[in-house]
Every structure is written in structure tokens, then in C-alpha cells.
Design a protein around this ligand. Structure first.
Ligand SMILES: [Zn+2]
Length: 305
């Protein structure tokens, strides 16, 4: 994971400390306390810059102590770049950004989200930071939040408490509220479209996903094709409905189909039906995440996306 890359970008801390005039007095303690044992960088940062830490934690909805040194430095430098340009404080960043966005028609927001997503890559390369620490990444989050709040007040896009509870039952391994909300909206649409109770949707869809597939290894490719088609649809539809592709109806179907495919691969492995398309060997193994096969003979990978 990007979050755990430990490479340190030299010089950023100097810029960070130099730029923040109100924290200048802490510069000395930051230096002299670097040898204090048992304190992580985040803990030291919190101790040395309490005001700034509180602002960052509130703004980004994070706990700074849980972040790596690299992530903290990158996030701070990103925020400082924005503040310098806008001549504002950390605590004002989000309001300034959102007030600019709110001058645009709400229909344009999904497009802005897509643009910001592409911007992450560019910004990460330009400043040599991880994509998740870019301002574009924040823009994606804030735009999404803004869109959900505002597009929803005009239409049916709000989730009530029951729908959220159902989403939690249907997706027991998810805990992120925003994701669950988006999935709840899609579940509602699927429920209406398929005339099926939300709690039976998973089973109902599994039956349909397997239609046209006879369970043989020869036809396993049909599931792969179906997955690709639905994944493509999820990306097509996501900007229109203002949720992440993985949370659209198609995204949810992909998620369920992926489970089916993993089970099938395990079955073909157990029954030795899996056959390498290159050398026709049956001496194959399952990939680490059961998302493909690897041929022990010719080393080719197959049966994956
Ligand atoms: Zn082979």
C-alpha cells in the first residue's frame, strides 16, 4: 500500500517548518527531541504542533498519529501549497474550495470528479508524492460529498437509516459510511428493478450471474467476459449517478461475481479440470488471491481478468 511506503522526501520537513510562521517556535523542540524514544513521527508532530494537528485532523478526518512520516509530510505540504495560493488558514481550505464549486451547476460535479481523479496522477508526479496525498484526492472526496448532499436533496438520492442498516447486512465486511451509503442507493435501485427484497438480492443475482454458464472449465471464460462487461458499465455509469464505480449496481454485481469466480477456480483446481491454454498441462496452481491460475509447467498465468 502507498500509505506504508517509507521513502522520505528530503527537504519537505524544512519547507513545512519554514513556511508555517506560527509554528516557528516549535522548530527547536522538533530538532532537539528527535532522539526521544518510543514516540512515532506522528506523535511528535502532534506534540510539537498541537494547533496545526487539530486543524489537519478535523479537515482531513484522520488521526495524525496513525500516519507514516512520509504521509504526514506530504499531506501537510499539499495543504500548505493551497493555503499559500489562497492566502488562507488550514481550517478555511474546505469552505473556500466548496464555495468555488457551489458556483457551478450541480450537473457538472460528476465531470469535475472525473477530472480530479485524473489530476491525482499528474499532481503526484509533479510533486513526487503519493496520489492519496494530493489536493486532487481531497477534491475527489469533497466533490463527492458535496454532490451527494446537494444532488440528493433534489431527488431520491438520500438513504434513510433502514437502507443503511440493510446495506450493512448485505456487505458485512464494509465499514466506511460513505461507501455503505452509496451501496444503499444502488441496492434500492436494484431492489426496485428486480422486484426482489434487498436481503435476497445477493442470492437472486448470483443465480442470474451464473445463467448461461454450465459450470465447466471450458465455459469459465464466459464469467470473465461478463465481469469485464459489467466493470466497464460500472465506470460508464458512475459519473452519471455520482458514486464510485465499485458502488454502482454493476460494481456490486462485479463484487458478487468475483466471489463466484473464486469459488469456481477453487473447484477447477480441486477437480484438476483447470488446464493451461498454452501447454495443455493440468499441473497448475491457484494464484495467491484465487484471482487466476498459474501453470507449473510453462509458468503462464490464465483464468484471470
Ligand atoms: Zn502451461
Amino acid at each position: 500500500m502507498i500509505w506504508f511506503i517509507l521513502a522520505i522526501i528530503l527537504g519537505i520537513i524544512a519547507i513545512v517548518l519554514h513556511k508555517s510562521a506560527n509554528d516557528n517556535s516549535s522548530f527547536v523542540s522538533e530538532q532537539t527531541n528527535q532522539t526521544t524514544p518510543l514516540l512515532s513521527y506522528g506523535e511528535r508532530y502532534k506534540r510539537d504542533f498541537p494547533t496545526k494537528t487539530a486543524e489537519i485532523e478535523k479537515l482531513l478526518n484522520i488521526n495524525i498519529e496513525s500516519l507514516s512520516e512520509k504521509d504526514i509530510k506530504e499531506k501537510v505540504s499539499t495543504l500548505e501549497r493551497f493555503c499559500k495560493r489562497q492566502k488562507c488558514k488550514f481550517s478555511e481550505i474546505k469552505n473556500i474550495y466548496i464555495s468555488n464549486v457551489s458556483q457551478q451547476p450541480i450537473e457538472l460535479v460528476p465531470q469535475m470528479i472525473e477530472t480530479a481523479k485524473r489530476g491525482k496522477i499528474e499532481e503526484a508526479n509533479k510533486y513526487n508524492i503519493s496520489q492519496e496525498n494530493t489536493f486532487s484526492a481531497l477534491m475527489v472526496l469533497w466533490l463527492q460529498e458535496y454532490y451527494n448532499q446537494n444532488a440528493s436533496s433534489q431527488s431520491k438520492e438520500t438513504t434513510n437509516k433502514d437502507e443503511l442498516e440493510i446495506a450493512k447486512i448485505v456487505f458485512p465486511d464494509l465499514s466506511d459510511t460513505q461507501t455503505l451509503k452509496e451501496r444503499a442507493i444502488s441496492l434500492r435501485e436494484m431492489t426496485a428493478l428486480l422486484h426482489c427484497s434487498p436481503l435476497n438480492l445477493h442470492e437472486f443475482c448470483n443465480t442470474h450471474l451464473k445463467q448461461g454458464y454450465d459450470g465447466t472449465f471450458k465455459n469459465f471464460y464466459k464469467l470473465i467476459e461478463l465481469y469485464k462487461h459489467m466493470a466497464y458499465q460500472s465506470y460508464e455509469i458512475a459519473p452519471k449517478v455520482g458514486v464510485e464505480p465499485s458502488n454502482t449496481s454493476y460494481g456490486i454485481l462485479c463484487y458478487w461475481l468475483d466471489d463466484i469466480m473464486k469459488e469456481e477456480r477453487q473447484k477447477f483446481f480441486d477437480t484438476k479440470e483447470a488446464e493451461c491454454p498454452i501447454c495443455r498441462s493440468h499441473d497448475v496452481k491457484l494464484g495467491l488471491f484465487k484471482d487466476n491460475f498459474e501453470c507449473n509447467n510453462c509458468k503462464q498465468e490464465f483464468g484471470g481478468l
